[in-house]
Design a protein around this ligand. Structure first.
Ligand SMILES: *Cc1c(COP(=O)(O)O)cnc(C)c1O
Length: 408
């Protein structure tokens, strides 16, 4: 038997079934139109943002990194709850502005921005987080050509990374940002060219659960920003501190102690070096804000045994939930939180492998999991499906198509 990850708080049962906001799984599937489907909870999204605001200093803005979940109703709700949206493509720019976010509060990071992407962003008044000197020059040229002063922040590739982070974004050679020692010269160049220098973007990693590691990284980020600003001789208007907070997916994972992170940040804000005294700060989060607020529901189509092992074969799979299958940036496959949604209150009594419908051995949703006895027709829930699910999975692989999404 292999343990399952922890089911996030806030899920209850109605008539023995898993429920989201008091709506039973079978009813959710009916509303979504089919299985498999993604269901997101607006109550949970609201509560999540509120819990963060409650512990973070008022001076810190909360930005949503929309690549975690760009589903239009989710994005519109998030746009109404957060202070800014971070985008990573011109396609996301369109979605973010359609969701009602003021371009003045949108920032655009990501390597490989094409001229037409830069032009759309500059014309809209979005802040560009510059990933290279070459990109800076192209942005300055485009600004001049279309007669709009570009809003430019410099993404710094720091010399440190986020300890314990699942995905390292800084430290050493990286395709992201500009190596710290070259940053002051680039900022001078931007200022001399007459662009609007917005400040810095320093993103050192993501999916960290250890508050102390996050606190340490935020401290180093503030130190680095101060040092670079002193070297430039100007105060940055804005400092994007990156994100980094992850969510528990696997057995033994515990949630980030956000109160501890907030208290440490408040302490640092109370004692800022003069060059950062008037700087505005933001944290950009994707997964932490939306990941736990979503569940993926899939139906058991077949139940079979092979060499003594039980298989529950579902109509879902890695084409929608690549991360749960263990094929999205994980080294060792571990089980996500999974449950039999239509028998949520039943005692776990049999060991089963939950697999998807794709013709590849990679398509596993749970390995050797202890679950209630399930039958063909039962619904399986895969939790932590609110981030990097629907749009971060190869939906066209094997032709089953996209899963409907529903915000309740
Ligand atoms: C992806 C990304 C994020 C969000 O990361 P999460 O782990 O989802 O919080 C934030 N900032 C940048 C620049 C990113 O590329």
């Amino acid at each position: 038997m292999k343990p399952l990850g922890p089911i996030p708080a806030g899920f209850a049962s109605v008539d023995g079934e898993l429920a989201v906001q008091g709506i039973a799984a079978s009813e959710l599937v009916e509303r979504a139109g089919d299985t498999p489907c993604f269901v997101y909870s607006s109550d949970m999204l609201r509560a999540r943002v509120a819990s963060l605001r409650a512990v973070m200093p008022d001076r810190l803005s909360i930005h949503y990194a929309m690549k975690a979940n760009p589903f239009a109703p989710v994005l519109a709700l998030m746009a109404s709850l957060v202070d800014g949206i971070d985008i990573a493509s011109a396609g996301e720019l369109k979605l973010a502005t359609s969701a009602g976010m003021d371009p003045a509060n949108i920032s655009f990071a990501g390597p490989g921005k094409r001229d037409r992407d830069l032009e759309a962003a500059i014309a809209a008044g979005v802040t560009l987080n510059l990933e290279s000197e070459g990109e800076a020059d192209r942005a300055l040229g485009i600004g001049e050509r279309i007669g709009v002063q570009p809003r430019l922040a410099v993404r710094v590739n720091p010399d440190f990374d986020l300890r314990g982070s699942g995905m390292r974004m800084g430290g050493g050679a990286k395709p992201f940002g500009i190596d710290a020692e070259r940053v002051p010269a680039l900022v001078q160049h931007i200022l001399a060219a007459g662009a609007h220098w917005r400040g810095f973007h320093i993103f050192a990693g993501s999916q960290a659960l250890d508050a102390d590691a996050i606190i340490e990284t935020q401290g180093k980020t503030l130190d680095l920003a101060a040092q670079l600003s002193d070297a430039v001789g100007h105060s940055p208007e804005h400092l994007n501190l990156g994100g980094g907070m992850g969510i528990p997916y696997f057995p033994g994972d515990v949630p980030v102690d956000i109160a501890k992170v907030g208290a440490a940040l408040a302490e640092r804000f109370a004692d800022l070096p003069p060059v950062l005294a008037d700087t505005h700060f933001a944290m950009e989060l994707g997964r932490w804000l939306v990941g736990e607020a979503g569940v993926y529901l899939t139906r058991i189509v077949d139940k079979k045994t092979s060499h003594g092992e039980l298989y529950l074969v579902t109509d879902g799979g890695l084409h929608h939930q690549l991360a749960a299958s263990g094929n999205f940036g994980t080294v060792v496959r571990r089980n996500y939180p999974v449950a039999i949604a239509s028998r949520f209150d039943a005692q776990a009594s049999e060991e089963a492998n939950v697999v998807g419908c794709l013709c590849t051995p990679l398509d596993r949703l749970a390995d050797k999991a202890l679950l209630p006895e399930a039958q063909v027709g039962d619904l399986v829930a895969v939790f932590c499906a609110g981030a990097y699910g629907a749009t971060a999975s190869p939906a066209d692989f094997l032709g089953h198509g996209k899963a409907p999404e529903l915000l309740v």
